[in-house]
Design a protein around this ligand. Structure first.
Ligand code: DOR
Ligand code: ZN
Length: 353
């Protein structure tokens, strides 16, 4: 029988962009409604590179939760990250660890994506910081794409595995790694078969769409993210990994809001804003694979287990209600087009159960 209602432990989002200022205020409520906690990415302008900056950013995030949500009993815990640069010191990693607020360090190869100009140019420049992470058992979150202009944009993740990730893990076998937003069969296969402490997050857009969506009847910038959507065979490999029941794969939306004009542009920004319907998207994907019974562990168990945090105890519910995504989201004087705009969903997030 097809279920009409899904009740599950409240999930967390293990990869999220919240931005800052007015944009933060506009987008945070969507995540806080659905998720108890989130790993908050540090690619602000300028990036969050110190434990002190992460502490201040966490305060701004907490302050941005609207009173109306607090009154409904909604709480939100930001799990902070630092942006790894060529100059990150071992001392900064220790301060991050001691803060109790910073749960991971994020590696962006320089030039890989939005606000990654300060990213790492050569991992050999980060040896001291990587040693400190391994020693303190601090998680390294990786944007896994090489950025060399000779490498085809659709091959950047697969090349990264061979050229960067495997050598890195050889040098630091105990380093705890999350391979973020994986997009290919190569990445899913690598993570599944690798030994040692490695896991991967998977976004809703990479479970639901392939690269045709970017070009369907014209150029569709709201399906453009990085790493870019891949062929259908890769989408199917990711869906198989997410629904396999392996604790190495867990939820990370990579919800990345950009103002409409910044995406509908001659040089549009990368990022899909999935926060308003995040759990609905994942339910849609899992149901398409006949695996709704595996959604709870993917969304609410394997992430905290990997990060060595307690699982949430509150429950949330989704119900089987057809809904159409029809409204742009008002934000910071403009609007954001959410992922799936114009499409239909079979599920609707209800709230606490
Ligand atoms: O599509 C993306 N958007 N990928 C990223 O890695 C960064 C993100 C953003 O910050 O906009
Ligand atoms: Zn991201």
């Amino acid at each position: 029988m097809t279920p009409q209602r899904l009740v599950m432990t409240q999930p967390d989002d293990w990869h999220l962009h919240l931005r800052d200022g007015e944009m933060l205020k506009a987008v945070l409520p969507y995540t806080a409604r659905q998720f108890a906690r989130a790993i908050v990415m540090p690619n602000l302008k300028p990036p969050v590179t110190t434990a002190q900056q992460a502490t201040e950013y966490a305060q701004r995030i907490r302050a941005a939760l609207p009173q109306a949500l607090r009154e409904q009993g909604i709480t939100f815990e930001p799990l902070m990250t630092l942006y790894l640069t060529d100059h990150t010191s071992a001392d900064e990693i220790r301060r991050a660890q001691d803060s109790g607020l910073v749960h991971a360090i994020k590696l962006y190869p320089a030039g890989a994506t939005t606000n990654s100009d300060s990213g790492v140019t050569d991992l050999h420049r980060c040896t001291k910081a990587l040693e400190a992470m391994q020693r303190h058992e601090m998680v390294l979150c990786i944007h896994g794409e090489v950025t060399h202009r000779d490498v085809d944009v659709f091959d950047r993740e697969a090349v990264f595995i061979d050229k960067v990730l495997i050598p890195l893990r050889h040098r630091f076998p105990e380093l705890r790694i999350v391979f973020e937003h994986i997009t290919t069969r190569h990445a899913a296969d690598y993570v599944r078969s690798a030994s040692g402490p490695i896991a991967a997050t998977i976004t809703p857009q990479h479970l639901l769409y392939n690269r045709n969506s970017i070009f369907q009847g014209g150029l569709r910038p709201h399906y453009y993210c990085l790493p870019v959507l891949k062929r259908e065979e890769h989408r199917q490999a990711l869906l198989a990994a997410a629904t396999s029941g392996s604790p190495k794969f867990f939820l990370g939306t990579d919800s990345a809001p950009h103002e409409q004009g910044a995406k509908e542009s001659a040089c549009g920004c990368a990022g899909c804003f999935s926060a308003p319907f995040a759990l609905e998207f994942y339910a849609q994907a899992f149901e398409s694979a006949g695996a709704l019974d595996r959604l709870e562990a993917f969304a609410a168990f394997y992430g905290p287990d990997f990060y060595r945090l307690p699982r949430n105890t509150k429950k949330i519910a989704l119900s089987r209600v057809q809904q159409q995504i029809t409204s742009p989201i008002a934000a910071a004087g403009g609007s954001i087009i959410p992922l799936g705009f114009g499409e239909a969903l079979d599920w609707r997030f209800e709230g606490p159960a």
